[in-house]
Design a protein around this ligand. Structure first.
Ligand SMILES: Cc1cc2nc3c(=O)[nH]c(=O)nc-3n(C[C@H](O)[C@H](O)[C@H](O)COP(=O)(O)OP(=O)(O)OC[C@H]3O[C@@H](n4cnc5c(N)ncnc54)[C@H](O)[C@@H]3O)c2cc1C
Ligand SMILES: NC(=O)C1=CN([C@@H]2O[C@H](COP(=O)(O)OP(=O)(O)OC[C@H]3O[C@@H](n4cnc5c(N)ncnc54)[C@H](OP(=O)(O)O)[C@@H]3O)[C@@H](O)[C@H]2O)C=CC1
Ligand code: HEM
Ligand SMILES: [Fe+3]
Length: 480
């Protein structure tokens, strides 16, 4: 091993527990990432030797770092960090002799997911067969390294085929104050390289679903609330685009998305009952849907918030005040009186109360999904809040919408061009989910489902049953 004496000053504090000098590390490439990493490593008492195409011309380099040609620099250390884009790796071929037996750290990223057939790290192995390639650091940005803003992402995925080489790189990662996560052999490199290129993968489905729901109900409401009154009475209702229609679309989206959080759970249960076992994989779409539930739920919460805000402003709207004033004047001039209806008062107060309670539980679900809160509760408590209180939220919000419909609910007079009110359509999925859930809770069905989830199989031989139960108890209450 080639450990160089440290030449730079001790002015920088070390993150390790002693003043012992760290080894010399070579960095190929004096670009943004190479310089940022060098600065960080110098602060942690490493000696840095840069390898560069033009050692003389390199500028902006951190104080205390040496710059040499690629081959000279490589001889100074047995760990070489390749801070060069994959497209320029060719020159490494010529250095095969010098790089033999050394640890090459591949930190590169691509521009697109699966841009090349093999990962950059595996490509590096092909170029320099005699070296030990380790993948690391690609999820850390140069900016974050320099500014020290590493709160969000301190994790460094590391993988490599040579375990000694991997351990040494992980030691460096730790010394820099970052958290290494061993991801196994270089086969994991492809996934690690794709990781920083992903854009909220779990949010894609909820995002598109929300968009589709909003667009559909927007056109539905425009037809019912703007075009229909215009065609039938030449009334200009376009002002409804600002508040009335959004305050239909958003609560409907919230209710539908909330129901779609619980639909995959009952679908999974039906599938397990039908198959008579829990040991067969769910189809991919269901698997993905189950994994997206948190994001679906949070999207629903966002829409519910919008609905509540839009609802708060109803009393100060000009249209509402005008309608109220006009009705009063009409009644006064006609000397008639609108008799107080206790049943209407009950219906009105009930639906608002149900909405408030539903929203309260909705927010509670949102709060428990914050990592700082969910880390404080155990798995059973989390399931209780998310599953039991979640269903209660769905019941309250569905009841809120049904009671809002009240006496008009399903009455033929509210049809416009045979189209029912939007909220009637919005109730289809929630009601379906609740009805199926009720059926699944019938004692006979629930018993079978519980047995299946404990590992019992309908078609397994009776002799192996006891064994099955034992084996499967580890699956009990495990997150999906
Ligand atoms: C505002 C908001 C925030 C949310 N935040 C989160 C969050 O942070 N994290 C999160 O995960 N979800 C979150 N959700 C989604 C949702 O609340 C949870 O996924 C909830 O647990 C779903 O309950 P469930 O009863 O439908 O599903 P589950 O209890 O998970 O059951 C679903 C299905 O899984 C299968 N299953 C259950 N247990 C077992 C078992 N032991 N063995 C084999 N199969 C089993 C069954 O087929 C069952 O039908 C959130 C929702 C909302 C509205
Ligand atoms: N910037 C970032 O935030 C992150 C970057 N990365 C990865 O780090 C690597 C370097 O990125 P970055 O520092 O931003 O890139 P830069 O373009 O800033 O630097 C690349 C360096 O590569 C060297 N190089 C060697 N051969 C060539 C060549 N033929 N043409 C051009 N340059 C060459 C050059 O150094 P010299 O002139 O000294 O030879 C150059 O400075 C990339 O693989 C990137 O994916 C990974 C995570 C984050
Ligand atoms: C503080 C909580 C809430 C209050 C005060 C409230 C109040 C209201 C009011 C006043 C209306 C009638 C709007 C109108 O006349 O145009 C309404 C409708 C509705 N609300 Fe709520 N609500 C609340 C929470 C929720 C929640 C959490 C949901 C569902 C997730 C929800 C779903 C609906 C739906 C679907 C409608 C029917 C929309 C339509 O077609 O017009 N509400 N709510
Ligand atoms: Fe998804």
């Amino acid at each position: 091993m080639l450990v160089m004496e440290k030449t730079s000053t001790d002015a920088f504090p070390s993150t390790t527990n002693s003043s012992e000098k760290q080894e010399t590390v070579c960095i190929f490439g004096t670009g943004d990432f190479g310089r940022s990493l060098a600065l960080k490593m110098l602060q942690c008492d490493y000696s840095i030797v840069f390898g560069s195409r033009n050692p003389q011309k390199s500028s902006l380099l951190p104080n205390g770092a040496e710059v040499l040609s690629y081959s000279e620099a490589a001889q100074k250390s047995d760990i070489i960090i390749i801070a060069v884009h994959r497209e320029h790796y060719e020159f490494l071929k010529e250095l095969t002799e010098v790089l033999k037996g050394k640890i090459l750290v591949d930190i590169s990223n691509n521009l697109k997911i699966n841009q090349y057939p093999e990962s950059n790290a595996e490509y590096l192995v092909q170029l320099v067969p005699g070296a030990h390639v380790v993948k690391a650091f690609n999820t850390i940005s140069a900016w974050a390294l320099q500014s020290g803003a590493l709160d969000a992402n301190r994790q460094v995925f590391v993988c490599g085929n040579d375990s000694k080489a991997k351990q040494r790189v992980m030691d460096i990662v730790r010394t820099l104050g970052l958290i290494p996560l061993d991801q196994g052999s270089l086969m994991a490199a492809k996934e690690i390289e794709n990781y920083p290129l992903q854009l909220f993968p779990m949010w894609k489905f909820p995002f598109y679903l929300s968009a589709i729901l909003c667009v559909f109900f927007f056109f539905y409401c425009v037809i019912r609330d703007i075009i229909y009154p215009y065609v039938n009475g030449k009334k200009d209702g376009t002002f409804r685009l600002a508040i009335s229609i959004p305050n239909r679309i958003f609560p409907i989206a919230a209710l539908t998305l909330l129901a779609l959080v619980y639909l995959p759970g009952v679908t999974a249960a039906i599938l397990q009952l039908y198959r008579g076992t829990k040991y067969r994989r769910f189809p991919d779409w269901l698997d993905h849907w189950l994994l997206c539930r948190k994001q679906l739920g949070l999207a629903a919460l966002g829409f519910a918030f919008l609905h509540v805000l839009y609802t708060l402003v109803i009393p100060i709207r000009y249209y509402v005040r005008w309608t109220l004033k006009n009705r009063t004047i009409t009644q006064a001039t006609a000397k008639t009186e609108d008799p107080f209806s206790t049943s209407t008062a009950w219906l009105n107060d009930s639906y608002i109360a149900l909405g408030i309670l539903g929203f309260f539980l909705f927010v509670l679900l949102g709060i428990t999904s914050l990592p700082s809160v969910s880390n404080m509760v155990n798995w059973r408590e989390f399931r209780f809040v998310q599953s039991k209180l979640g269903y209660l939220t769905l019941i309250l919000c569905t009841a809120h919408t049904m009671v809002y419909g009240g006496k008009r609910f399903l009455s033929p007079s509210s049809l416009r061009w045979y189209l029912p009110s939007a909220y009637v359509i919005a109730l289809i999925i929630p009601c379906t989910v609740l009805v199926i859930k009720c059926i699944l809770m019938l004692p006979c069905i629930d018993k079978t489902l519980t047995r299946i989830r404990q590992g019992w199989e309908r078609n397994s031989k009776p002799t192996s049953n006891g064994q099955h139960l034992k084996q499967s108890s580890i699956y009990l209450d495990s997150p999906l």
